[in-house]
Design a protein around this ligand. Structure first.
Ligand SMILES: Cc1cc2nc3c(=O)[nH]c(=O)nc-3n(C[C@H](O)[C@H](O)[C@H](O)COP(=O)(O)O)c2cc1C
Length: 169
C-alpha cells in the first residue's frame, strides 16, 4: 500500500522590523489554521532554510520592502536556500505578503522571480499592504495593520491551506 501522509504543512517564512509584516503573517497563519488537515509552521527568515522548505508542502513568504527591494534578512534566506532546494520543490504552491510604506512592488517582483526559478506555483497575486509611513519617525515607529488588511491576509492563508488540504495545489 502506498503511504499518503494525511497532514500537509504550510511554511510561513517572515521578516519584520517594526511589526507590520509579523501581524500580516500571523493573520495568514490564523486563516490557514482553520484547515485542520494542515500543519502551519511559522519561521523567521533568519531561522528558516533549505530543511524547512523541503519539509513543507506550500509556502507563504512575508517581508517588508526596504530600499526598493525585499528586506535583507529575507534575501539572505533565499540566498542560503536557493541552490540547496533547486529542482527539489518544483510545483509546490506559494503566495507572498509584502508590508511597504508606499510601494512594495519591487519586493514582490523579486520574490516572484526567485519562485519562478524554483518553479513554484503562485496561487494568488502578491498581497501588498502599505502603511503610508513617510518620515523617518513614522518609518521607524511600530506598525499597526488595519483589520481590513489583516482580513485579506487571513483569507489568503485560508485559501492556500484549503487548496493544499484538497490537493488542488
Ligand atoms: C531602510 C528602509 C527602507 C525602506 N524602503 C522602502 C521602500 O523602498 N518602499 C516602500 O514602500 N517602503 C519602504 N520602507 C517602509 C517599510 O516597508 C515599512 O515601514 C514597513 O511597514 C516595514 O515592515 P515591518 O513593519 O514588517 O518592518 C522602508 C523602511 C526602511 C526602514
Amino acid at each position: 500500500m502506498p503511504y499518503f501522509p494525511l497532514v500537509k504543512s504550510l511554511l510561513i517564512v517572515y521578516h519584520s522590523r517594526t511589526g507590520g509584516t509579523l501581524q500580516m503573517a500571523r493573520a495568514a497563519a490564523t486563516g490557514a489554521r482553520r484547515e485542520s488537515a494542515i500543519r502551519v509552521r511559522m519561521e523567521t527568515a533568519a531561522a528558516a532554510g533549505p530543511r524547512e522548505l523541503l519539509e513543507c508542502d506550500g509556502y507563504l513568504f512575508a517581508c517588508p520592502e526596504n530600499l526598493a527591494a525585499m528586506s535583507g534578512v529575507m534575501k539572505d534566506f533565499f540566498d542560503r536556500s536557493y541552490y540547496p532546494v533547486l529542482d527539489r520543490i518544483q510545483g509546490r504552491a506559494y503566495a507572498t505578503l509584502i508590508c511597504a510604506g508606499s510601494d512594495g512592488t519591487n519586493a514582490a517582483r523579486q520574490i516572484e522571480r526567485i519562485a519562478t526559478g524554483w518553479r513554484l506555483r503562485d496561487i494568488a497575486p502578491p498581497l501588498i499592504v502599505c502603511t503610508h509611513a513617510q518620515s523617518p519617525e513614522e518609518i521607524l515607529r511600530p506598525k499597526q495593520i488595519g483589520q481590513e488588511d489583516l482580513g485579506r491576509c487571513e483569507e489568503l492563508g485560508a485559501t492556500l491551506a484549503a487548496g493544499l488540504a484538497l490537493g488542488i495545489f
